[in-house]
Structure formats: C-alpha cells, structure tokens
Design a protein around this ligand. Sequence first.
Ligand SMILES: Cc1cc2nc3c(=O)[nH]c(=O)nc-3n(C[C@H](O)[C@H](O)[C@H](O)COP(=O)(O)O)c2cc1C
Length: 395
Amino acid sequence: MSQLANKRIILGITGGIAAYKSADLVRRLKERGADVRVVMTQGAKAFITPLTLQALSGYPVHDELLDPSAEAGMGHIELARWADHIIIAPASANTLARLSQGAADDLLSTVCLASTAPVLLAPAMNQAMWSHAATQKNVRVLTGLGYHFVGPAEGSQACGDVGYGRMVEPNDIVAHLLESSTTHSLSGQHVLITAGPTQEPIDPVRYLTNRSSGKMGYALAQSAIAAGARVTLISGPVHLDVPDRVTCHGVRTADEMYEAVMSHVGTCDIMIACAAVSDMKPASRQHAKVKKNEFTGDIKVTENRDIVKAVAAHQDKPYTVGFAAETNDVMTHAKSKLSDKALDMIFVNEVGENKGFESDNNAGVAIWNQGEREFTSMPKTRLADEIIKLIGENV
Ligand SMILES: Cc1cc2nc3c(=O)[nH]c(=O)nc-3n(C[C@H](O)[C@H](O)[C@H](O)COP(=O)(O)O)c2cc1C
C-alpha cells in the first residue's frame, strides 16, 4: 500500500496565482490513494473555481464558516477531526499572517486551529512579500507553533520578478508529505536508478530508440527519496522534471549509460535498472547525414552491453533490481532473466500499444527468489511507492 493510501487530507487553497497548481496537487494526492477534501478561502475562488476542485476531488468544496447547511453536514470541527494531514498550497502571505496570530475568522484558519493534524504550508507570493520582515517573522512564529513548510522555490514569477516566492511543484509537495509520514524504509541507503530510453545514432540526425517515457524510473526516484534514500538517477533523454533532491546524470546512448552506471556501482547499496536500454546499436555510425539515394536498405546492428547483468556481476554487487518489459510469455521470460542475470528481484510488465510505455498507469509482477507479488493497474507514482516498499522489505 502507498503511504498515502486512505490517508485523509484537507487541501487548503488561498488567494494566489499558484492556485491553478492546486488542481494538479489534488490529482497527485488522489493517485496515491489519499482521500482529499478541499477548503478554499474567498480569495482562492477568484483564482480557481470550486467546480474544478470538486470535479477532481470527487467531493463538494468547503468554503464557508458561517453556513448553517455546511455545519449540518461536515462542519468545521468534523473537518478538523477528520483530517490526518492538512496541506495549504498555495499559502498566501495573508493566510500565513492570520495563522501566526491564531485567527479563526474563516473556515480554513478555524479548521487549522481546531485540528491536531500536522499542517504543511507551501507558500507562494511575490519575492518582496516573502522577504518582508513581517512575513519572515510570521514564518518563524508558525515554525515555533509546529507548522511545517515546503518551499518557496526560487525563480521567475508571474509578476515578472525573480527570487524566492514560487510555490514548489505539486510532486515535491507530495514527496515532502511522504517523507514526513514514511517509516523511512530505505533510510541511509544510496539508490542508483536508470530511467528512460537510450538513443543509438545512425547518423547525426537519426537514431534507434524505443517508446519509454521515463515516468516509471522518475517515480521510483521520487519514492526512494521519500523513503529516506539518497538517489542518483541516470537518465536517457526524457521530457520530465528531475524530482527534488535527486542527483541526475543525463546520458544518450546505452554505452554512455553503461559508463555512468558502472562509475557508481561501487558506492550504491541498491540498483534499480528501470531504463529501456536499446539491446542493439548501429554497427557503424555515419558522421554525415545519409542521403536518401545512399540508403542500402539495411542497417547493420551490434549488441549493446547488458548493464544490469554487469552490475549484478560486479565484485561490490548492490541489491540489483531489473525491469522487464515483455509482449508475450511475460512470466517465463522474467524468471529466466532473474536467474540468467543473477538479479535479486525483477519487475515484469506487459507492454503493447496502450500498455506500459508512455502511459501514466502500470501493472505487473515483482519476482524474487523467495516469492512474487502481483500489482494491479495503478498510477506509476503509486506503484513506485509499492515497489520501493517491497525492496525495503527484502534488501
Ligand atoms: C492578481 C493577484 C495575484 C495575487 N497573488 C498572490 C500571491 O501569489 N500570493 C499572495 O500571498 N497574495 C497574492 N495576492 C493577494 C491575495 O490574494 C490577498 O492578500 C488575499 O487577501 C489573500 O486572501 P487569503 O489568504 O484569504 O486567500 C494576489 C492578488 C491579486 C489581485
């Protein structure tokens, strides 16, 4: 089970530009199995509609304190008792000020005051508002009162300024929450993860590759961070943001991935080979673009080195987990790979037109010498939590 499965989370949204990111945050929390209820300030409703949040969370949005009909349902005290966690994202300067005073003059501040659940604040505001002495004093007071903070991040802002004040990305808020609610199953471990496809050049403009998006490997990196690990990610070319606190080395070819991985093998405790490494590469690489009339009709290929096999054969072998994407005889192929490559665990999934690669969901079976566990289709982020937990139990 994901650490957030069935967790009851109140997401408070306040009046700031970053409120549009809250819609994505609801999705990220729900895909990890959390039960999410949204509380909006009046200001927040100027930036994003309650209807959007209702549709995403699956529940009506709570936005009124002094509303007899709301109190007849889940009123402020019930909401406060219901929550396992409260997240306020974005948290405006105004809300930070009111919370630091112990105000209870709207639903969100009253729920925070009435709840014993941990409150995580993701501030978002103009950089001058954030660095203002009044806001910084409020942050110190709130920290002293036991509120937790994630961010803000540095960068360019909607108003044109540059500096600290951007809300951190929804995935980083989830990672922070996971980290604070996890048992740290990989605490202190160095985990090396490969992700994405490789590109094997034919000439300067063409290459052999595959449909891997890298989403599974990146999700594993984020889950491993949340489980307390130090993570090094060796990534093929993908269009994904590197999760917070992950050290990432970008590579292009299988040879580059091999070299990058082998340079870390001696120092890692766990290696998760999630990349879809090309089995073959063009036997020779043309240094000028091959013209249409020069095509012979054949591309001669040679085999690439087997990275995960080399890791498992290393004298300082880490706990080695392979991934196998198969289109047929899935279990038979996976079991022979487990033994042929001397892996400690293999995760096998069926890939095809609408399965595995590129999709946000994945399903499969983890096999190790003492057992196997099947995972039904679920978001890759949640599956990553499950796989990391399983590795933590077996390593
Ligand atoms: C266009 C616009 C954008 C704003 N963006 C922010 C913001 O990013 N962060 C912030 O703290 N306040 C921002 N404000 C000001 C807040 O909306 C205002 O302080 C409001 O009272 C916050 O109320 P709340 O904390 O109850 O939601 C913005 C105001 C406007 C008009």
